[in-house]
Ligand binder design. Structure first.
Ligand code: F3S
Length: 644
């Protein structure tokens, strides 16, 4: 039986277990990344373990999320990350160098390798044939410390691309079409493998757009073949030596195949507030946004912005629209400047932002109350933009640029002769300047580096070992598809406290339920009740850590998003799935839950829960590996690492 790309890479990295779908395996990890939100956590773990040497080939901390440093809290975080990187042998990417995933594709991603990144959009590097998986900072730190990565063997879904995109239709439209077909849950438990003749027509940055949004499908990651296009990209990045060919066997077997004919695609948009609410751009032409943003790790390549500039050239941004553009990296920005493209953008009325995440995570350009935004980023959940009442539409750079001129959502093919966009390709050779990285070799005596821990860096919260009898009250009952942004929202006024746990915790569920913090503080122990796909979205592990900080011991849900479940385990919270989903309807906020003989029951994988105030008993499943069970029993991964 032929092997998929996924199976080839996993086989080469297998340390424990067998690659049967659903079975737990341990794989080795070659690379890691973290950034100035999630990397702090990884740095705190390194600080508590103080390793002599990292087990990974390449590990990088990027400053790309909270780059504005509008207050000393951000600067504290950056200094902490920089000095920890210098001490423990990581690369450090300075603010302005670029967005982690985008920059990682340019400078580090290697075909055939495995990367673990403390960010949900880590799959972006799958564009180069690398298995790049998002996780929490604690899990990433564990892999740097030689623990590898424990994962459930995924299914492999093949998205087979045929044909070629027509001008005006973009890689983003393929990603949105995949979301329309598969929905935000269609990829759960799977890796998406992109193959077919159509793949050969896509550049590496276009592949990166698709790989990036694999996570929106709920997938573990997405991966492309490493072929001639990959080779040429690596040559252009002066990294030809990093190339190896990696293709699926001709008779590779997949768990599911989805065919998308690129010839048939049209410009699409995702409507508020889910990436899978997909319409044709022409169907929503009456939507008049106040702001348009072109950028993010999804769509900020040279060719993305070149296309936007061709559409904008000779026009002015509509009077009712604020257009902002953030190039993906300093390398892209420099090309745009040297090629005169930036002048065209500025002349049209676009505002050029720093090469950083920025508006994607509500760090600046927060929409007005009830505002409407068109963005080329990957998520449009409520609150993601920094405004709870804003409506965000996701679109390609072409659709976004045309919209910025007309003032309403516009299919670029109705705006101009799109044949003019056909020659918008990537540079044949990129300008290489790695001076905004501090490299491990740059530091003479790493051991002598003092890790600078400013006032904004609190200690990590710890909990004791798992209690054998749990008695706790439900503090909140939630519906389906609750995101980590719902649990702890973005926005610069909130995220600046990410390393200051007591302060950050005050914002838990602050938009979903403003009384949550006040109520949970009155309880010693609590449980949370969720619906399907609980904890989807960002890898933000604080969505697990903050409830743990307040004493949450259990989350009941109909199903969990993969990364969040991993984070709950890392923070010692039992992720229990209703055996009978109807039991969800029988329990409420303020109910008391009692679990007897927790340790013994946990070993069986099935846990009985009593609700004395209702005279009710129901069964739940604890679907975790033997390793995860050990971590849970010790009260979380930090305890586990310290006790080891
Ligand atoms: Fe940054 Fe948004 Fe990507 S926050 S890492 S640009 S999803």
């Amino acid at each position: 039986m032929g092997l998929s790309i996924t199976n080839k890479i996993l086989t080469n990295h297998l340390l424990e277990g067998n690659l049967n779908p659903g079975e737990q395996v341990l794989v080795s990890v070659d690379q890691t990344l973290g950034h100035d939100l999630t990397g702090i956590m990884a740095a705190q773990v390194l600080e508590s373990v103080k390793p002599e040497k990292l087990s990974t080939e390449t590990s990088v901390f990027y400053c790309d999320h909270n780059t504005l440093a509008v207050s000393s809290e951000n600067a504290d975080d950056h200094m902490y990350l920089k000095t920890a990187a210098e001490k423990y042998g990581l690369f450090f990417s300075k603010p302005g160098n670029g967005i982690c995933h985008f920059l990682h594709c340019q400078r580090f991603a290697k075909p055939g390798k495995i990367m673990l990144g403390a960010d949900s959009h880590t799959p972006t590097s799958g564009a180069l044939g690398m298995l790049s998986i998002g996780s929490g900072g604690l899990t990433v730190a564990k892999s740097m410390l030689g623990e590898g990565f424990r994962m459930t063997t995924p299914k492999v879904i093949n998205i087979r691309l045929t044909g070629k995109l027509n001008p005006g239709v973009a890689a983003k439209d393929i990603a949105l079409e995949a979301l329309r077909i598969l929905t935000v849950k269609g990829g759960i438990g799977a890796i998406i493998e992109y193959t077919g003749e159509g793949v050969k027509t896509l550049s590496v940055p276009e592949r990166a757009t698709l790989a990036n949004m694999s996570i929106e499908l709920g997938a573990t990651t997405g991966v492309f073949p490493s072929d001639e296009v990959t080779y040429q990209f690596l040559v252009a990045e002066e990294r030809a030596a990093d190339w190896v060919e990696l293709l699926p066997d001709e008779d590779a077997v997949y768990d599911k195949v989805v065919e998308i004919d690129l010839n048939e695609l049209e410009p699409l948009v995702a409507r508020p507030h889910m990436p899978d609410l997909v319409s044709k751009a022409r169907e929503v032409e009456d939507v008049k946004p106040n702001s348009v943003f072109i950028g993010s790790c999804t769509n900020a390549s040279y060719s993305d912005i070149l296309k936007a500039s061709k559409i904008l050239k000779g026009h002015k941004v509509h009077k009712d629209i604020d257009l902002t553009i953030a190039p993906g990296s300093k390398q892209v920005l420099e090309h745009l400047i040297r090629d005169g493209i930036l002048a065209d953008l500025v002349e049209s009325g676009a505002r050029i932002l720093e090469c950083a995440c920025g508006p994607c995570i509500g760090i600046g350009q927060v929409p007005c109350a009830n505002g409407i935004a068109v963005r080329t980023s990957n998520r449009n959940f409520p609150g993601r933009s920094g405004s709870q009442s804003a409506s965000v539409y996701l679109a390609s750079p072409e659709t976004a640029a045309a919209t910025a001129i007309t003032g309403h959502i516009t299919d670029v093919r109705d705006f101009m002769d799109v044949a003019e966009l056909s020659d918008c390709s990537e540079p044949e050779a990129y300008r290489i300047d790695d001076s905004s990285f501090i490299k491990p070799g740059d530091i003479e005596n790493p051991k002598d580096v003092e890790v600078i821990k400013g006032e904004n860096i609190s200690d990590l919260p710890m909990r004791g070992a798992l209690r054998d009898r749990i008695e706790a009250v439900s503090v909140i009952k939630l519906g389906d598809n609750i995101t980590t942004d719902d649990i702890i929202p973005g926005g610069s006024n909130i995220l600046k406290y990410i390393a200051n746990i007591p302060k950050f915790a005050e914002f838990t569920f602050c938009y979903t339920d403003p009384t949550f913090v006040e109520r949970i503080k009155k309880l010693d122990y609590s449980v949370i009740i969720g619906g399907e796909n609980y904890g989807q979205g960002s890898s933000r592990e604080h969505a697990a850590m903050l409830p743990m900080f307040f004493g949450t011991e259990v989350v009941f849900a109909k199903s969990f998003a993969r990364i969040h479940k991993e984070n709950l385990i890392n923070y010692g919270i039992l992720p229990l799935v209703f055996k009978n989903k109807d039991d969800y309807d029988k329990i409420d906020m303020d109910d008391t839950f009692v679990i007897e003989d927790v340790l013994e029951q946990a070993d069986t994988g099935e846990i009985a829960v009593k609700v004395p105030n209702k005279g009710l008993e129901f069964k739940t499943l604890l679907e975790v590996s033997a390793y995860d069970l050990r971590v849970l029993k010790e009260g979380g991964a930090l305890n586990y690492l310290k006790n080891k």
